[in-house]
Design a protein around this ligand. Sequence first.
Ligand code: MLT
Length: 203
Amino acid sequence: MEGFQYRFEPGTDPALPPLLLLHGTGGDEHDLIPLGREVAPGAALLSPRGRVLEHGMPRFFRRLAEGVFDEDDLRAQAAALAGFVAAAREQHGLAAPVALGFSNGANIAAALLLLHPGTLAGAALLRAMPPLRQPPEVALPGTPVLMLSGQADPIIPPQGSAALAATLEGAGAAVMHRSLPTGHGLTRTDLVLTREWLENGLK
Ligand code: MLT
């Protein structure tokens, strides 16, 4: 589907939204399955592998340097991923998914929200930064978004995550942004907060 390798794990509780798992640089479709199971037991899991390779490491779009994105590629890849989600929903009979993305996966999830509204029912963005220098005008009324940032993240300065939160809020999304006393890597707290947000009906 759209050239994406992916893993699909059917859910056992049809009331739960499926999770679209989006890995970080160098990850693959298997990486976030254990995290998905832990934060949303019973939910269907849809986990594609990024189609771009950087020195052999899968990513969801090209970058020119760390934190400097090839926005033409980003737009093309976001469109392809939106197409993948639509095709996978049809094939597996799924509702619109909630993205759970880490790092590069969180950035492509943010791009999906901004460029393809309607693809995602919501998003948990773990260590995200603004994917586009000039975000488009978009309406995301009430779309639930959890952002978890690291105060000591060497890749994403606090103003980067704050800018993304402001963009999404400006579009009308229901953003819960927490800044954690940690770096770029995920911690137990990320897992607990993501699970709580999902259990509380994305609040
Ligand atoms: C990105 O390239 O999306 C961000 O720099 C995060 C990363 O993948 O390292």
